[in-house]
Design a protein around this ligand. Structure first.
Ligand code: UT7
Length: 325
């Protein structure tokens, strides 16, 4: 059977880092409130010339370098974003061009904060179907550009950034499947009836404007813990693993309290949860690959580890993927 194996990771952050205290000079909030309710202490905000596409390109190039490959080795790019550089063309096509690639498919997927799980599952399915051999999967966002900076309930929560994986098709014998690297199982879900709980109040076909992010935070919080707990159980069940088998969980970084509640429901200690929400805030589709790259580069995630990725976001959409590194 074919498995998609991780060859390299990369990430990129804007230059400007904005602390809670700096934000409190512009918005009616405080470092104490933001820390207590979310765990966030700072976020990176894109400046002039920094876009979703430029951050995505930097992260993708870093992942290629990490894998010891060049763009000539790649035959697919899938990019998750809710903040593309333009309504079209897809940002993925521009990343392909900037990296010096040509001819192979490149497209965006829109599933907001769970976008990276959707992109990774799509690339994995295409690899297993024989449609691609080596893919770059990217999550990249500049949410600072769709925030209402007058709305303190949302603008303090988000940041900008990008993360990328390079994955490759590899043949795995069935009797070696348990210890073999690669994506073992993934599940995706959506429930459009909750579209009004987390959305952007504009778009090309409605207002003709980009719009601003709106969120009913409490409701999103409640659904996030319930949905994530159930999808984690589903993926573990598919793969025949117990929560205690997981070496690392790399969750979408929305709120430290969500990470804590989800880990507790799973019976996993916080020591096995990769946390970057404190320094990156919520970077939507970028948060999972960004956190993964940080934990891999600092030596926490090692070769052979069993790692669970999970995310939940606007739509609602949510998903999880279990992989061995
Ligand atoms: O990535 C997609 C998924 N997104 C999420 O998972 C976000 C999920 N939601 C959350 O993380 C939390 O609901 C929030 C962090 C957004 C809010 O935390 P909360 O404990 O649910 O607070 P709240 O919205 O109920 O607000 C509590 C109080 C309110 O004041 P009153 O009405 O109690 O007097 C707010 O006006 O906190 C006030 N408040 C603030 N105060 C200082 C709201 N935002 C701020 C702020 N600074 N930035």
């Amino acid at each position: 059977m074919i498995r998609s194996v991780l060859l390299g990771t990369g990430s990129a952050l804007p230059q400007a880092c904005v602390s809670n205290d700096e934000l409190a000079k512009r918005v009616d909030t405080s470092d104490e409130w933001i820390r207590e309710r979310t765990g966030i202490t700072q976020r990176y905000i894109a400046g002039e010339g920094e876009t979703t596409g430029s951050l995505a390109t930097e992260a993708a190039q870093a992942a290629l370098d990490d894998a010891g490959l060049t763009i000539g080795d790649i035959d697919l790019i899938v990019l998750a974003t809710a903040t593309p550089d333009n309504t079209f063309p897809a940002t993925a096509t521009q990343v392909q061009h900037k990296l010096g690639g040509k001819g192979f498919p490149a497209f965006d997927v829109a599933a907001v904060c769970s976008g990276f799980l959707y992109a990774l599952s799509t690339a994995d399915a295409m690899i297993r179907a024989g449609m691609a051999k080596r893919a770059i999967v990217i999550g990249a966002e500049t949410f600072s550009r769709i925030l209402d900076w007058e709305d303190r309930a949302t603008c303090v929560l988000f940041g900008d950034g990008a993360g990328a994986f390079v994955i490759e098709a590899r043949n795995v014998a069935r009797d070696e499947a348990e210890k073999a690297p690669g994506i073992i199982s993934s599940r995706l879900h959506a429930e459009g009836e909750h579209g009004d709980m987390l959305y952007v109040d504009g778009g090309p076909s409605t207002t003709g404007q980009v719009g601003k992010l709106r969120m009913k935070g409490r409701e999103v919080f409640r659904h996030a813990v319930a949905n994530l707990s159930s999808v984690l159980a589903e993926v573990l069940g598919d793969a025949g693993y117990q929560p205690s088998d997981i070496d690392w969980i790399v969750p979408h970084q929305a709120n430290l309290r969500i990470l804590d509640a989800t880990a507790r429901k799973l019976g996993l200690p916080m020591e096995r949860v990769v946390v970057t929400v404190d320094r990156h805030a919520n970077t939507s589709a970028a948060s999972v690959p960004l956190a993964f790259d940080v934990a891999r580069k600092d030596g926490r995630i090692k070769q052979g580890d069993l790692v669970m990725l999970e995310a939940m976001g606007g739509g609602f959409t949510w998903g999880a993927a279990l992989m061995r590194t």
